[in-house]
Design a protein around this ligand. Structure first.
Ligand code: NAD
Length: 498
């Protein structure tokens, strides 16, 4: 048994959707792979008065997709305890503390504790202060706080939340989760960038023309309309996931691949993002809503027709923008970003578009010797995972014309079958005290400030939002963003089937 992996997990929101869909399967994966052995325990807390038996049934149901036999699952769930707990009631922390101490003895947990906030963000501050005031933090083991998104809804609220948390926890005890940083291919970005001389040498504005990041969803708001109405795509996807992807793609080389060095470089990068004036925001950022659309003869509701959405809602379900970075490496290179719901296909893809060099000496038409497709490095994040390099070769046959060819590497299903899911990976990293793939407060502060400026301009502008058809890749305005240059969106499933 590796004693460094002994820990008690206290999950606030233990009956919730995140806990059931992601956290219990992730913990079970760590268990069946041997990262968690005898010395671990979980306390699930929520308001409902459940018994341990009922809690175990709920957890067993969340493990249905696993092939392991029931006995293995039951041995795992025997380490799980339920505590009915109202997070606003100080007395309940006394009960929690007593149970934690008992489990600490029973499973020899070395007083190591991971507090997982898997409930409404409005309680994050309350829970952290009670953990401090009711003395749940242990003196001898580690105390780490894993905190879910959203971390605030603007810079001011994020700052206030951070101040509340840091009264009890130090920055290096806080693990702000962005599950994108737990994805295999997002982690792979640094391997590609810093593990290949071929790429690291050209990873700058001399060779790269533009960078494109697309996080496309095919689903609508589904049951989350209540939350989504207060958030929108800018806060829900751009402020966190897209900004973190930009961070991984564009940060300078960290001294080491460690939390301290990576978080420092990402913070420096975010601080180098060019601030826009209100007029520049209108020019460089586009928002839109999906409209009622007939797909294959069936009428699909637009965003404003969805349940729990205001009929005159100004909440954006799509955002696209051009982000510029004012530093020596990236000056002049647009980072085009795009995310939205009800788009043509669920896919996350990154395209690094290289500058065309020289002239096309093979062009038939001598007056158009620039006609040549750019070289493109594509990183497939999901659902497929892998990368490809599109380069020009000679078209087979007589004559001499250029044709883009793809050097393609896709991880095969077998290889990925047991690869850890984002939550599994990140929980293990937190257990090991490795914060490299979590976000530092300084990164968040800078990204909120960038996003707030956009939000303010949009909130002041009551003109109806542009709309887009369900199954498209967003409004025309998103295509027009690139029109002033020679570039176009590389990923366009409405044009080509991959
Ligand atoms: P949920 O509404 O399904 O669960 C909330 C949990 O909090 C429940 O267990 C509920 O009983 C408990 N709770 C509410 N008030 C309480 C109180 N006063 N005292 C004690 N317990 C109380 O929410 P969720 O979807 O699981 O989301 C939890 C957090 O995770 C949120 O911050 C959300 O933004 C974030 N998140 C969720 C997902 C997801 O896929 N569900 C994805 C990313 C982030």
């Amino acid at each position: 048994m590796r004693s460094d992996l002994a820990a008690l997990f206290i999950i606030f929101g233990g009956s919730g959707d995140l806990a059931q869909r992601k956290l219990y399967p992730a913990l079970f994966n760590l268990y069946r792979k041997g990262y968690l052995k005898e010395s671990f325990a979980v306390i699930g807390t929520a308001r409902r008065p459940w018994t341990d038996e009922h809690y175990h049934e709920i957890v067993m149901a969340s493990l249905e997709g696993f092939e392991e036999d029931d006995e293995t699952k039951q041995t795992f769930t025997s380490h799980l305890y339920y505590q009915s707990h109202d997070v606003t009631d100080a007395e309940h922390y006394e009960t929690l503390k007593a149970l934690a101490a008992k489990l600490d003895d029973k499973y020899q947990l070395n007083q190591n504790r991971i507090y997982y906030m898997a409930m409404s963000p409005r309680y994050f501050g309350t829970i952290a202060s009670h953990l401090g005031s009711e003395a749940l933090l242990t003196a001898d083991g580690f105390n780490r706080l894993i905190i879910e998104k959203p971390f605030g809804r603007d810079y001011e609220s994020a700052k206030a939340l951070n101040q509340e948390l840091t009264q009890t926890f130090d920055e290096n005890q806080i693990y702000r989760i962005d599950h994108y940083l737990g994805k295999e291919m997002i982690q792979n970005i640094v391997a590609l960038r810093f593990g290949n001389g071929l790429l690291s040498g050209v990873w700058n504005n001399q060779f790269i023309d533009n960078v494109q990041i697309t996080l496309a969803e095919s689903v609508g708001v589904e049951e989350r309309a209540g939350y989504y109405e207060t958030s929108g795509a800018l806060r829900d996807m751009l402020q966190n996931h897209i900004m973190q992807v930009i961070g991984m793609l564009a940060m300078e080389v960290p001294v080491n691949f460690s939390a301290e060095d990576v978080q420092r470089e990402k913070t420096r990068l975010f601080r180098s993002i060019q601030p826009y004036s209100p007029a520049e925001i209108k020019q460089n950022f586009v928002r839109a809503q999906y409209a009622e659309t007939t797909v294959d003869g069936e009428n699909k509701p637009g965003y404003r027709q969805e349940t729990n959405v205001a009929p005159d809602s100004q909440t954006e379900t799509f955002v696209a923008g051009k982000v510029m970075i004012d530093n020596e490496r990236w000056c002049g290179v647009p980072f085009y970003v795009r995310t939205g719901k009800r788009l043509a296909r669920k896919e996350t893809q990154i395209n690094i578009v290289f500058k065309k060099t020289g002239v096309n000496i093979f062009a038939d038409d001598k007056s158009d010797r620039s006609a040549m497709a750019p070289d493109v490095l594509t990183i497939y994040v999901e659902p497929e995972q892998g990368f490809s390099l599109t380069i020009n070769g000679k078209e087979v046959g007589q004559g001499f014309s250029l044709k883009p060819d793809q050097l393609n590497y896709q991880y095969d299903k077998q290889m990925l079958a047991d690869s850890p899911e984002a939550y599994e990976r990140l929980i293990l990293e937190a257990l090991n005290g490795d914060g490299t793939n979590f976000t530092h407060w300084h990164e968040l502060a800078a990204s909120w400030q960038f996003v707030d400026a956009i939000r303010q301009v949009w909130d002041a502008d009551q003109t109806p939002l542009p709309t887009y058809s369900i199954g498209s890749m967003g409004p025309k305005e998103a295509t027009d963003l690139l029109a002033s240059t020679d570039a176009k969106w590389i990923f366009d499933p409405t044009q080509t089937k991959k």
